[in-house]
Design a binder for this molecule. Structure first.
Ligand SMILES: NC(=O)C1=CN([C@@H]2O[C@H](COP(=O)(O)OP(=O)(O)OC[C@H]3O[C@@H](n4cnc5c(N)ncnc54)[C@H](OP(=O)(O)O)[C@@H]3O)[C@@H](O)[C@H]2O)C=CC1
Ligand SMILES: O=C(O)[C@H](O)COP(=O)(O)O
Length: 476
């Protein structure tokens, strides 16, 4: 890596309150972001509302060129941003670096996709009683001011997956990054501005969600909310807003269902990568295994082998898979789940150890439905195995969760794969693969308490636009 992120204190102003951003790796202060007031929020929303009048009329090809340029600038700064991502959210080098590349690809694909979204024309005579003299021109219009709220775990990518589709569609944006992740958020906004976004089109709001969150989400000039984060905060937002469309990606408890004819070595490799990369701090991480009892012991052998290959430690020192969790509170919560499982008689196969905020990859067998880890989302490196006697029991347990983001099914039999996939109450079923979001143009959604609406490049653009019909009546 050539360029490092450097915290420049000279830009700080005396009359502004700041929030300290500390690295989860060693608790050192790596930067400060303004703790914005309600007045600051008002002015960000006002700027967005004013800028919308012009931005919605900027030709699509001009908006697309700005996005292409933003993708180029992002890649020009990849070393510095990778370094910042690693320090700010404790990501390992490979994951941080690929998050930036993936984001540049996302931005480009967004611009390309928008160019191929066309309206339609509907002739009246296709409905009884009407003739060709009446027809509708159906176009897509931006919704207005989009509030984009992102979580800590993909501070560049999950922010961009809201911002880029919103902008290309002609919306303006008020962007509230997660506090841990807001240094990345500030960099992102700067590079979009450098790419040529007019003033007021993308506006940053920083500060703690617990202090300004309610005020931002209930602001009367916000026309759409695109949120990724916990179910708890997401539900809170949905209770506070009225007549504002919501697009939300929330929590998950993704199951990997392993049938008796699965390729167990392959399944184990996928499951461990899915469960433990970035310490399981991914909404799509594999968060429970439902395995048919007959093959459970053999699967556990393979799982153990894969866990022993995981690198654990400080991402600034070496390439690792399992990193310190984002906060002490997060690590305390994961340890609570571990202790609860131990007390209730689960068999600890490996792990359970903690050093500061670093929790070693932990695998439990014989987890039962009275244990918290069977149902709660750890957002950490703990993986429970629930043994089942039949495929139907696996499906029933998978569906008993309050969440419904994704599920995997591992089997060599396509008929069984469809049998399971057709019965799972989730947004996406992965056949013979770990649960995961990409590629980013696929639809991505959660059912039940995992979300509302559908993301994915085309789907996000469609969600943040509305249909407008202009009906032409020809008078002869
Ligand atoms: N389904 C999915 O695609 C994904 C889901 N997630 C879920 O997110 C969680 C982890 O991310 P995390 O960042 O900790 O989630 P949080 O829910 O804690 O925070 C998400 C965002 O909401 C903000 N926020 C906090 N309080 C409010 C409020 N009252 N009003 C408006 N915004 C508020 C946060 O700001 P601040 O940081 O300042 O508190 C942050 O920007 C997990 O549950 C995970 O499953 C994460 C990624 C993807
Ligand atoms: O927020 C998350 O955790 C992501 O949406 C998951 O993306 P991934 O499956 O590509 O890690």
């Amino acid at each position: 890596m050539t360029q490092k992120y450097v915290f420049d204190r000279s830009i700080l102003k005396d009359n502004i309150q700041y929030v300290e951003i500390k690295s989860p790796i060693d608790d050192s202060v790596i930067g400060l972001v303004p703790a914005m007031t309600k007045k600051d929020v008002d002015s960000a929303v006002w700027m967005a509302k004013e800028a919308f009048k012009g931005w919605k009329n900027v030709p699509l090809n001009v908006r697309a060129d700005i996005l292409y340029k933003a993708a180029d600038i992002l890649l020009e700064h990849i070393d510095r941003l990778t370094d910042l991502l690693m320090k700010e959210v404790g990501k390992d080098y490979k994951s941080a670096n690929s998050e930036i590349k993936r984001t540049a690809d996302f931005i480009r694909f967004t611009a390309d996709t928008a160019k191929s979204i066309h309206g339609e024309s509907i002739q009246g005579d296709t409905f009884s009683g009407f003739n060709k003299d009446k027809f509708a021109m159906v176009t897509r219009e931006p919704v207005g001011v989009v509030l984009a709220i992102s979580p800590f775990n993909y501070p560049i990518n999950l922010a961009t997956s809201k911002i880029a589709p919103a902008l290309i569609a002609g919306n303006t944006v008020v962007f509230k990054p997660a506090t841990i992740g807001s240094l990345c958020g500030m960099e992102l906004v700067k590079l979009f501005q450098k790419a040529g976004l007019p003033e007021g089109v993308l506006n940053l709001v920083t500060g703690k969600g617990s202090e300004i969150g309610d005020y931002v989400v209930s602001h009367t000039d916000i026309n759409f909310i695109n949120f990724t984060g916990s179910t708890e905060i997401g539900l809170g937002i949905s209770e506070k807003v009225h007549m504002v469309p919501l697009l939300m990606e929330l929590g998950g408890k993704d199951a990997a269902i392993v049938l008796k004819d699965a390729n167990l070595a392959f399944a184990a490799k996928n499951i461990i990568a899915g469960a433990f990369s970035y310490s399981g701090q991914r909404c799509t991480a594999v968060k429970r295994i439902l395995v048919v009892d007959e093959v459970a012991d053999e699967l556990i052998g393979y799982l153990n082998e894969e866990i022993s290959k995981l690198q654990v430690g400080n991402p600034l020192e070496k390439q690792v898979d399992v990193v310190p969790l984002i906060s002490t509170k997060a690590a305390d919560f994961v340890m609570e789940l571990i202790e609860d499982a131990k007390e209730k008689g689960a068999k600890l196969i490996v792990g359970g150890k903690r050093q500061g905020n670093l929790i070693y990859p932990t695998l439990f067998d014989y987890v039962t439905t009275d244990m918290r880890v069977a149902w709660e989302e750890p957002f950490g490196p703990v993986l429970p195995i629930l043994r089942v006697n039949s495929v139907d029991e696996a499906i029933e347990l998978a569906n008993r969760s309050e969440y419904g983001l994704q599920s995997s099914v591992f089997t060599e039999n396509i008929t069984d794969a469809f049998y399971v996939a057709n019965r799972l109450e989730v947004g996406t079923v992965q056949v013979n693969n770990k649960t995961e979001r990409g590629p980013d143009h696929f639809p991505f959604l959660g059912v039940k308490k995992s979300g509302i609406g559908t993301q994915g490049i085309r789907y996000s653009i469609e969600a943040m636009t509305r249909v407008k019909a202009t009906v032409i009546n020809l008078n002869h």
